[in-house]
Design a protein around this ligand. Sequence first.
Ligand code: PSU
Ligand code: MN
Length: 308
Amino acid sequence: MNRYFNVSAEVKSALEKNIPVVALESTIICHGMPYPQNVETALAVEKIVRDKGCVPATTAIVGGVLTVGCSKRQIELLGRQGMSVVKASRRDLPVLSAKGINGATTVAGTMYACKLAGVDVFATGGIGGAHRNSEKTMDISADLDELQQTDVTVVCAGAKSILDIGLTLECLETRGVPVIGYRTDDMPAFYTRKSGFKVDYRMDSAEEIAATILARKELQLNGGMLVVNPVPEEYSMDPDYINGKISEAIAEADRLGIGGKELTPFLLDSIRRSTDGESLEANIQLVYSNVRLACDIASALCALRSGK
Ligand code: PSU
Ligand code: MN
């Protein structure tokens, strides 16, 4: 712990007592959903985690301090500030800390904070990856490199087809990151349960996933794992409809020359607007589902550690 890094007393105490902790990111709060649904969802997620007997660790940079275990007040503040909060991936962390300002941690930023705090399991909606055309633009999310080097398991609903999902899977393979489908052989595409690509392994229980996390640690393999959990059937969207909207958003970004760190938020926002909020319900429900699975994995991990 130092002036740039803080773990809440509740999270610290849970980690010491082998009580399961599940981390949550904040880019999804600030850039992934509109206010006030973002704050409502973030607080509902914390409640789900507690009801599961686990401790939530929402992560963000608050006034320059990388914080694992944000308070309700901090979540409300960040959610209200929304898009004006700077997106914080690995490279942004020291800059925002030294400036003493707020930052919304991405998957990469949150994984790094998890490692510092000693949190093993982290739930989110979708991860970053290799963008379409990245064989030319080299726009590949730092999330993938973080998964290569940082020992944290990320539970998500796959990747949105704003990305080239096939290339994203190739990048993960190159980086030695196993992609585990929870009760599925198919790589999900966030809004839909299938992307046309397969996962590396299918696992049907949280216990099996937890055992794999422990095996990975014992083998001293440094990186993380990706667990993909398809959106619940009743909330999955029509692939033709959503993929059409995604293609329109990508064409618009191309036309406006949007790239770099602005590209993902631009696409997310554009899809949200063009689907008239219809995608928001799927987005919220898949996050809840990922959080429940992450709780089961974190609980199984604690049970294995205590030899139960
Ligand atoms: N994809 C989504 N929703 C998100 C993100 C990605 O479907 O909220 C966010 C996550 O925080 C992810 C980040 O870590 O965007 C990746 O941004 P980039 O592609 O610029 O690395
Ligand atoms: Mn990028």
